[in-house]
Write a protein that binds this ligand. Structure first.
Ligand SMILES: [Ca+2]
Length: 524
């Protein structure tokens, strides 16, 4: 991607001319490319001249709730994501790892976070351990052009805080390498941005999400004349606190939320989720969510909801710019887009600050958090929030869109799936074999499974076991270990919202799940 269009045109021309002169040249080139693959081998003759492997764009929101976007029941305007869902697939039981660091570790490596350096109690901004490789490293070695934008956490198993190290796995990148959202309108202390290896001075007042959008569009435009497929990781800051957005984006929501009770909004979200078939009929809301308390400074309750909504809408606007760029570049047909969130909505309010007199809430001078009341709306219908291993912490939307590749579009995929599945999905689509050794590192096996059967509508898969630090799911059954007193057991097809603890009725099942958890979860 660092090469100019003219360079690429010249190289293509030279390659074509030499191929015409010597047909064997191309095979020799192919062999040398494969030999240079640093432990990554394409299964077939993948890097051929007509490389029709799909482009992949992973769009991840930070702290977005399960039902924030329109196609998952939300009243927030997300027309672009909704159109992708109509023409793509929605997953009703997709899970993340409940927290920024662990989810990013799992997304990038295809492994469980505690196996690659993200155990509970370790810093969520730590480097990955040296027993894994990231999807960006593997796809780059497999012939993809790679790009990462926004939060650059864990894009490499090297030091992801160092721009030089990121440059080894990302042909193009823009964003911060220190974790966290910082300030949406200016560089915050300790969160410098980098662009393609160099320090990047953010234009004063420019909104983070818009900077991300412009960069992604630029990268896609630059890919128009490349034969190589691309992988773009769009790692949004929004809607993670601090709650900050442009006032014109907040205004319509201020009006809506000013005249509608939060609990009315929650009931409307649940109704739409059930009608869409994303949540079982009969699901009811928790009293704990209906009665969740606003952050101290309750007068700002409406403003908090409105700013959060504006931030979610900014992600949709960003995706609209991406779609325009894809169509202009003629790349839309063979591009897989995945949209997800790294954890459930955040109740955290420890960093919340009072709004100074005369200052607009949501401006760069304010630092507000969502808090439990707003998070309960965002996570409708689930109980609990970010960090928790109840569904409110770990359930996320996942939308997949890929005109050329998806079968039976517009449907809902119901098989339980996990953020660790994204790396194996990308590798299978890229025809790249997960290696046992990579750049001198010995890799642990993948925990995730490719989602390709679900994308191709052939998901007759075995019951799935999924593990979290305080939960384990085996098929339809989930054991939750959040309580120190005793494990809780839920049958999710009947009780997705974890209302009826049936542990006392099924002691053998509790015992079996406890054993699976003890075997698979470790604080290494
Ligand atoms: Ca997060």
């Amino acid at each position: 991607m660092a090469r100019t269009h003219t360079d690429r045109r010249l190289m293509k021309h030279q390659l074509k001319a030499r191929r015409l002169r010597c047909p064997r040249f191309f095979l020799q080139t192919l062999f040398s490319l494969l030999a240079a693959g640093v432990g990554v081998a394409a299964k077939n003759s993948a890097p051929a001249a007509s490389d029709d492997r799909p482009n992949i764009i992973v769009v991840m929101a930070d702290d977005m709730g399960f039902s924030d976007i329109g196609c998952y029941g939300g009243e927030i305007r997300t027309p672009t994501i909704d159109r992708l869902a109509e023409d793509g697939i929605r997953f009703s039981q997709f899970y993340n790892c409940a927290l920024c660091g662990p989810s990013r570790a799992s997304l990038m490596t295809g492994c469980y976070p505690w196996d690659v350096g993200q155990a509970p109690g370790t810093g969520i901004f730590a480097n990955l351990s040296q027993n894994c490789a990231t999807v960006m490293e593997l796809l780059k070695a497999g012939g993809y052009e790679t790009c990462a934008v926004g939060r650059l956490d864990m894009v490499t198993a090297g030091n992801w805080h160092a721009p030089d190290s990121i440059a080894e796995c990302a042909d193009r990148f823009l964003g911060s390498a220190s974790g966290g959202a910082g300030n949406y309108f200016k560089e915050a202390r300790g969160t410098p941005w980098f662009r393609d290896g160099k320090k990047y001075d953010r234009p004063s007042g420019a909104y983070s999400t818009d900077l991300i959008s412009e960069f992604v569009a630029d990268v896609i435009e630059g890919s128009a004349e490349s034969d190589k497929p691309f992988f773009i990781y769009v790692s949004h800051y929004a809607p993670h606190w601090p709650l900050q957005a442009n006032d014109e984006d907040i205004a319509p929501y201020r009006e809506l939320y000013g005249k509608t009770e939060r609990t009315t909004l929650m009931r409307a979200r649940l109704k739409r989720l059930v009608e869409a078939g994303l949540i079982p009929d009969g699901t009811t809301l928790h009293d704990s969510a209906l009665n969740a308390k606003p952050v101290a400074g309750g007068a700002l309750a409406v403003e908090r909801m409105a700013i959060h909504a504006a931030m979610v809408e900014s992600i949709d606007r960003s995706l609209a710019a991406t779609m325009t760029a894809l169509r202009k570049a003629g790349k839309a047909d063979n591009t897989l887009i995945l949209v997800l969130s790294d954890n459930g909505a955040s109740h955290q309010a420890g960093r919340n600050r009072a709004v100074p007199a005369g200052v607009r809430p949501g401006s760069m001078e304010t630092f507000l958090c969502q808090g439990p009341a707003v998070a309960a709306l965002n996570n409708t219908p689930f109980r609990n929030y970010k960090v928790s291993n109840y569904e409110g912490g770990i359930a996320s939307p996942l939308i997949a869109w890929w005109p050329r590749g998806l079968k039976a579009r517009g449907r809902i995929a119901r098989h339980p799936s996990h953020i660790a599945d994204i790396t194996p999905t990308c590798l299978e689509l890229a025809n790249v074999t997960y290696p046992s050794q990579f750049k001198g590192r010995t890799l642990i096996p993948l925990a995730g499974q490719s989602l390709l059967p679900a994308l191709k509508n052939t998901d007759q898969q075995e019951p799935r076991v999924l593990v979290w630090p305080k939960a384990v799911r085996d098929g339809d059954w989930k054991l939750v270990l959040e309580s120190k007193r005793s494990p809780e057991l839920y049958q999710l097809s009947q009780d997705r919202n974890e209302m009826q603890n049936v542990a006392a009725e099924f002691p053998d099942r509790v015992s079996k799940l406890t054993q699976i958890h003890a075997k698979r979860f470790s604080r290494r």
